[in-house]
Design a protein around this ligand. Structure first.
Ligand code: SF4
Ligand code: FE
Length: 514
C-alpha cells in the first residue's frame, strides 16, 4: 500500500502520455506547463497533507476494502462521520489553496457508482460492483487521481440523446465486442482532468429505454488511445506565464477545466460499471450530483480567503474601523457560514444506501448547492466594494518594478504608511483573481453551474419538498376537516343543479309564450 507524496504524484503523471491541446497546439509537457502548474500544485497538496500528522484525521482513513490506510479522497463513505469529515476537509483545502483542488469529483463519482452498481447487480444479476471494487482497489493501492466525468455537451437540449442529429453529442457505445465496448462522445467541464490518471465516465442524465446505448459508465486511463483533452481558457490565464507573480493574484494554486473528446475509445469489460440498464442512469446522476453538491463546502474555504483578503485591503487603506466596512465583512461571514451550515447539515443527516455506502441527505445537499449558486456572487460584490476601483485600474507588476516609473506607482498606490505598496497590490490582485480572474472560474461560475445549474437543484427541491405532507401539517393546525369540504361541495353542487333546473324551466316557459 502506497500513500504518495506530492512529488511522487507529480512524477507519476510524467509517465502518462496525455494528448492535451491548448491554444491550438499540443502540449508536450503538461506537468511543467506554467498555465497548468498551479492546478497541479493544488492536487499535489492533497497528497502532502495526507502525510502530515496535523491533517491525518481529515485526510486519511481505513479502506473498507482492505483495511489499509488510504487518502480519504479515494474512500467510500462508511458513516455519517465520513460525510462530515469530507465537508470539513473541503473547507480546510479551500482555505489552503484559495482555489479548486479538483480531487473531489473522483470521490463523489466513486460513491455514486459503487452504491448504484450494487443495486443494478441486485436487479439484473450483472457483475458491475465486482468490476468497480477491483478498479477502486487499484485506485486506493496506487493512490491515484480519478476525474469523475458526467456532463455531455448535449447539443439540442429539446431532443433526447438518441434524437440528436449528431449522435456523438452524448457519450455512447458505438460498438460492442466480446472483450468490451467502443465509445464515442465528449465530456465537458472536466475539472482537473490533465492532473488525473483515470477518467470515470457516467451518463449525464436519466435515460429512457430508447437511449440504451447512452447509459454507459466506465473508467479508462486518461492517456488511452482516442482521448483528446482540449484545455479550457480562463480569464487572465496568460498572466501565469509572466515573470512576476504579483498580477496573477494566486500564483501557487488554481483549478482547470477542459473538454475531453472520446473518439472510438476501447473500454474492456472489467472496466464497465453500467451498460444499457437505463433505469439506473437517474439514480447514478442523482447520487453523484448530491455528493458533489455537498462537496461545494470547498467554496466556504475559498470564501474564508476572500473575507481575509477584503479585511486586509481595508487594513491597508486605513478603512478597517469604518462601520460599513465592518458590516460588509460580517455580511460576507454570515453568507459563508450559511453555506457551511447546509453542507454540514446534509452530511449529519446522511444515511446508508442498500450497498452500505452512506449518502448525504439529498434535500439539504441541494439547498447547500443552491446557496452556493448565490452567496459567493454576493460575497464577491462585497469584496469588490471594500477593495475599491483600484483593484481593476492599478498598473501592472512590471510598472511597479520599472526603473523609470516604478517610484510613481510605489508612491501613489501606497495606502497606510506601515504597509508597502507591493503588498497592497498583491491583496488587490488576489481579490481580482477570485472575483474576475482565473480564480473566479472556480469561485463564481463553477459555483453557479458545477454539479448542476441552479434549476437542477430547484427541480430536486420541488421533488423532495413533499408539499402534500406540508399541506397536511397546515390542515392539522388550522383544524381543517376534509369531510366538511365534501359535504359543502355536494350541497353547493346540488343547489347549483336546482338553480339550473329552475332557470331552464323558466326559459322553456318563455319560449312557449313567444
Ligand atoms: Fe472539488 Fe468541485 Fe470544489 Fe473543485 S469546485 S474543489 S472539484 S468540489
Ligand atoms: Fe465541480
Amino acid at each position: 500500500m502506497t500513500m504518495k507524496t506530492g512529488k511522487e504524484y507529480i512524477d507519476s503523471l510524467r509517465k502518462l502520455d496525455l494528448n492535451v491541446y491548448m491554444f491550438g497546439e499540443k502540449v508536450k509537457n503538461p506537468v511543467d506547463h506554467p498555465i497548468i502548474k498551479p492546478s497541479l500544485n493544488a492536487v499535489a497538496l492533497t497528497y502532502d497533507l495526507a502525510l502530515d500528522p496535523l491533517y491525518e484525521d481529515l485526510m486519511t482513513t481505513k479502506s473498507h476494502l482492505t483495511g489499509d490506510k488510504i487518502n480519504r479522497f479515494n474512500h467510500i463513505f462508511q458513516s455519517k462521520e465520513d460525510l462530515v469529515t469530507k465537508v470539513k476537509r473541503q473547507r480546510m483545502l479551500g482555505q489552503k489553496t484559495g482555489s479548486c483542488f479538483q480531487r473531489c469529483v473522483g470521490q463523489d463519482a466513486f460513491n455514486a457508482v459503487y452504491s448504484t452498481a450494487y443495486e443494478v447487480d441486485k436487479k439484473h444479476g450483472t457483475n458491475y460492483l465486482d468490476n468497480f471494487v477491483k478498479f477502486l482497489d487499484y485506485v486506493q493501492e496506487e493512490d491515484l487521481i480519478v476525474d469523475g466525468a458526467m456532463t455531455d455537451t448535449k447539443g439540442d437540449r429539446s431532443l433526447s440523446p438518441s434524437q440528436q442529429i449528431d449522435p456523438d453529442l452524448y457519450m455512447h457505445v458505438v460498438e460492442q465486442t466480446k472483450d468490451g465496448v467502443y465509445v464515442t462522445g465528449c465530456k465537458a467541464h472536466q475539472t482537473g482532468v490533465v492532473n488525473s490518471h483515470e477518467i470515470l465516465c457516467m451518463p449525464t442524465m436519466a435515460m429512457k429505454p430508447e437511449d440504451k446505448d447512452y447509459a454507459i459508465c466506465f473508467s479508462v486511463p486518461t492517456d488511452t488511445k482516442g482521448i483528446t483533452i482540449i484545455y479550457g481558457r480562463q480569464s487572465s490565464d496568460t498572466r501565469k506565464m509572466e515573470e512576476n507573480d504579483i498580477d496573477v493574484g494566486n500564483s501557487q494554486f488554481g483549478g482547470h477545466e477542459a473538454i475531453v473528446v472520446f473518439d472510438r475509445v476501447f473500454v474492456p469489460n472489467d472496466r464497465i460499471f453500467l451498460n444499457g440498464e437505463t433505469e439506473f442512469s437517474g439514480m447514478l446522476v442523482e447520487r453523484f450530483g448530491g455528493h458533489h453538491r455537498a462537496s461545494y463546502a470547498c467554496k466556504v474555504g475559498v470564501g474564508d480567503v476572500l473575507i481575509g483578503a477584503s479585511a486586509l485591503s481595508a487594513d491597508y487603506t486605513g478603512t478597517a474601523k469604518a462601520s460599513h466596512i465592518k458590516d460588509k465583512l460580517i455580511e460576507m461571514t454570515q453568507l459563508n457560514e450559511t453555506i457551511y451550515s447546509s453542507a454540514l447539515a446534509c452530511a449529519y443527516e446522511g444515511s446508508p444506501t442498500p450497498s452500505g455506502a452512506y449518502l448525504i441527505d439529498l434535500m439539504l445537499a441541494n439547498v447547500c448547492k443552491q446557496n452556493v449558486t448565490r452567496f459567493p456572487y454576493e460575497m464577491g460584490r462585497l469584496a469588490q466594494d471594500i477593495a475599491g476601483g483600484i483593484m481593476v485600474s492599478q498598473p501592472s507588476a512590471k510598472d511597479l518594478n520599472s526603473k523609470e516609473i516604478g517610484h510613481y506607482v510605489d508612491k501613489y498606490l501606497r495606502g497606510v504608511n506601515s504597509v508597502c505598496t507591493e503588498n497592497r497590490m498583491r491583496i488587490l490582485r488576489l481579490i481580482e483573481n477570485l472575483t474576475l480572474g482565473t480564480g473566479a472560474v472556480g469561485y463564481l461560475t463553477e459555483s453557479m453551474h458545477g454539479a448542476g445549474s441552479p434549476q437542477a437543484q430547484r427541480i430536486m427541491i420541488s421533488r423532495l419538498g413533499n408539499f402534500d405532507h406540508k399541506k397536511q401539517l397546515a390542515k392539522n393546525i388550522a383544524k381543517i376537516d376534509d369531510e366538511k369540504n365534501e359535504q359543502c361541495t355536494a350541497e353547493s353542487t346540488e343547489s347549483k343543479d336546482k338553480k339550473k333546473e329552475k332557470n331552464k324551466t323558466a326559459d322553456d316557459k318563455k319560449k312557449k309564450m313567444n
